[in-house]
Design a protein around this ligand. Structure first.
Ligand SMILES: CC(C)(COP(=O)(O)OP(=O)(O)OC[C@H]1O[C@@H](n2cnc3c(N)ncnc32)[C@H](O)[C@@H]1OP(=O)(O)O)[C@@H](O)C(=O)NCCC(=O)NCCS
Length: 320
């Protein structure tokens, strides 16, 4: 058996049928198919995302999503193999098939120039630790947007457009410069992340999820931005998926969050969850809690010693 890109329609729909009960996200089966197909049709997805698997007698027995990211580690470029949605059909579990697939993906990744494999585990760390993956610490903070007695600041906030993406990519680059690992967040990767969430919100039950993507502009140019999702981890969950600011402290993002919170003056709860780089601390915003991210981030070197990533820069939008 070899790692195979799954592209034939019957095999694609078989994988979707198999994985839908677990990862259907409240979508109909039809919408789940549309959501997956549409991700592959984005500009980033076409080049960087594929479904791979092991096939036995024409049936996909184990599958996974393969992402290829450009990244930097302490300023040096590297390629990251992202592994997501590892799944073995129930009748075939416990035979080492997922392990075979993961090893084959790593081997393929190494052969095609990837330096590191990265995944997010929802089944704890033991299984992947046995395969040589080590944990990358990642903390999610709870933010509060305190009420400003003077009212919300006079900051121009408008919906983001495609034309903003290159500027947002420039802003995003600054957070990765000193990181031990950071994705190179090109305009089309940012678009991919936002599109994936928008599609999920749009294809899902009405009112369950929403995504907002705003920029603040000065001199007709975006200088800060926020992507906020609601309902992704439960109806009341508000997640600041990513943000960026020309101001290194993040003061403009702080002002944007104040403006956005002021839209609902009667709303008591002004908290959001977020992953943020250590350097990013808008003065208006209070951190009122922190906890390990629910999905365990794990990495394995494909070229040498196991990596130790202490300052990984990884926005929630890019969790796969
Ligand atoms: C996890 C999964 C991919 C493993 O596939 P597999 O082909 O059976 O894997 P292997 O034969 O290589 O390894 C089996 C081992 O996986 C581990 N494993 C399976 N499910 C697990 C879980 N929910 N939590 C922790 N470990 C688990 C066990 O150690 C198991 O060993 P055991 O059979 O002796 O108990 C499969 O159980 C599956 O598809 N689960 C549902 C999807 C999922 O949760 N994917 C992981 C997303 S991070």
């Amino acid at each position: 058996m070899m790692v195979k890109e799954i592209t034939a329609a019957p095999q694609l729909s078989q994988v979707l049928d198999d994985t839908y009960p677990l990862w259907g996200e409240g979508l109909s089966r039809r919408a789940y198919g549309a959501w997956n197909r549409a991700q592959g049709l984005t500009s980033w997805g076409r080049r960087r995302l594929s479904l791979v698997g092991l096939v036995r007698d024409g049936r996909v027995v184990t599958s996974a999503k393969r992402y290829v990211f450009d990244a930097t580690a302490e300023g040096k470029p590297l390629k990251v193999l992202g592994i997501g949605a590892v799944f073995t059909a129930e009748a075939f579990r416990g035979q080492g098939l997922a392990e075979q697939l993961l090893e084959a993906m790593c081997e393929d990744g190494r052969a095609t120039g990837c330096d590191v494999a990265l995944l997010f585990s929802t089944i704890g760390m033991d299984y992947y630790a046995r395969l040589g993956f080590t944990a990358v610490a990642r903390t999610v903070v709870t933010l509060d947007v305190p009420r400003n007695r003077l009212g919300a600041p006079a900051t121009l906030v408008r919906a983001a457009e495609s034309a903003d993406l290159p500027v947002l990519a420039e802003i995003s680059v600054q957070y990765g410069q000193d990181a031990s690992l950071a994705l190179s967040r090109s305009a089309d990767l940012i678009e991919f992340g936002v599109t994936r969430r928008r599609l999920l919100a749009g294809l899902g039950p009405s009112g369950l999820r929403s995504v907002e993507f705003f920029v603040s502009e000065e001199g007709r140019k975006a200088v800060a931005y926020v992507v906020i999702s609601r309902g992704s981890g439960g109806v009341s969950d508000v997640f600041l998926e990513e943000c960026g600011d020309r101001d290194p402290s993040g003061a403009r993002v702080g002002a944007m969050l104040e403006v956005l919170a002021a839209r609902e003056p009667a709303h008591e709860d002004r908290t959001l969850k977020a992953w943020w780089p250590e350097t990013f601390r808008p003065p208006q915003i209070k951190i009122i809690g922190q906890a390990a991210a629910p999905e365990a981030m794990m990495a394995r070197s494909l070229t040498g010693r196991s990596p130790q990533y202490t300052q990984a820069v990884f926005w929630q939008t890019d969790v796969f």
